[in-house]
Design a protein around this ligand. Structure first.
Ligand SMILES: [Zn+2]
Length: 253
């Protein structure tokens, strides 16, 4: 997959964590490969599971020890974990917190747990001076309300799938980048201005045209860039240069 990515002009890769275990796997992968970076995130769909694991010692899922003990164990031990990663590794490849956020799409979602976890992750991002990859689905009212309390936190609204009106609010009320991925190649989503776009795969999901139906991977960033070039009427090289610049600025890589 990395070879194919390089053959298609993808030089740097950010491997996104979506759960505690998954994030640490991303860390190990990043540490083993040049020009691969990682993020620490807990997807909002895991929010209630994480909280109940902490409050009941007979947990539903067994999480690794950083989650185990103390008054506010999750946040405290995560702080230690992330800080030690940043400070003991001068070339730490941890470049963001995320995916974190709010997702009210599926029935039975736990709004309170999601908000609590989201706020904690925003504190982590702020205290470690890291940007955030936001996952927000059908929850933008709460999202805008919460991020107001963290004006210093930078980020990207990943896989944006909402209306023109919401896109306008992101562009006008925040400095966030907006993640554009394969979904754009087969839907009618509003397109953000080039200076605010970060290209992403959201792999293994959302494979772009013409590869729909197979597993998504980094090499297909090229196809998303080609689509964007046509959509915006800009040279491919301009799209390549500008979206790379945005991603490098966001993640400081
Ligand atoms: Zn997501």
């Amino acid at each position: 997959m990395l070879v194919r990515a390089h053959e298609n002009g993808v030089k740097k890769i950010v491997c996104i964590g979506t759960s505690h275990e998954d994030s640490l796997a991303a860390r190990d992968f990043a540490e083993a490969h040049n020009d691969v970076y990682w993020t620490y995130g807990i997807h909002p769909e895991h929010a209630s599971g994480v909280l109940s694991d902490v409050s009941n010692s007979g947990s539903r899922r067994s999480l690794p020890s950083p989650w185990a003990a103390g008054a506010n164990p999750r946040l405290a031990s995560l702080r230690t974990l992330l800080r030690s990663d940043i400070s003991t590794t001068p070339s730490s490849k941890l470049v963001a917190i995320g995916e974190v956020g709010l997702d009210y799409h599926y029935e039975g979602y736990d709004r309170d747990a999601q908000i609590k976890l989201f706020r904690e992750m925003l504190e982590l991002a702020r205290d470690n001076d890291l940007p955030v990859s936001f996952h927000v689905r059908e929850a933008f009212d709460d999202f805008f309300e919460i991020v107001k309390d963290f004006p210093e936190v930078r980020g990207v609204v990943h896989s944006f799938t909402d209306s023109k009106k919401v896109l306008k609010r992101i562009l006008n009320e925040t400095d966030y980048f907006v993640g554009v991925n394969g979904l754009a190649t087969y839907s009618t989503l509003p397109t953000p201005p080039l200076e605010r776009i970060v290209l992403e795969t959201d792999a293994p999901f959302l494979t772009p045209v013409p590869f729909r139906g197979i597993i998504n991977e980094c090499a297909y960033i090229r196809n998303i860039a080609e689509w964007l070039s046509e959509k915006l009427g800009e040279d491919f090289s301009t799209i390549e240069r500008e979206t790379t610049k945005n991603a490098e600025r966001l993640y400081r890589i």
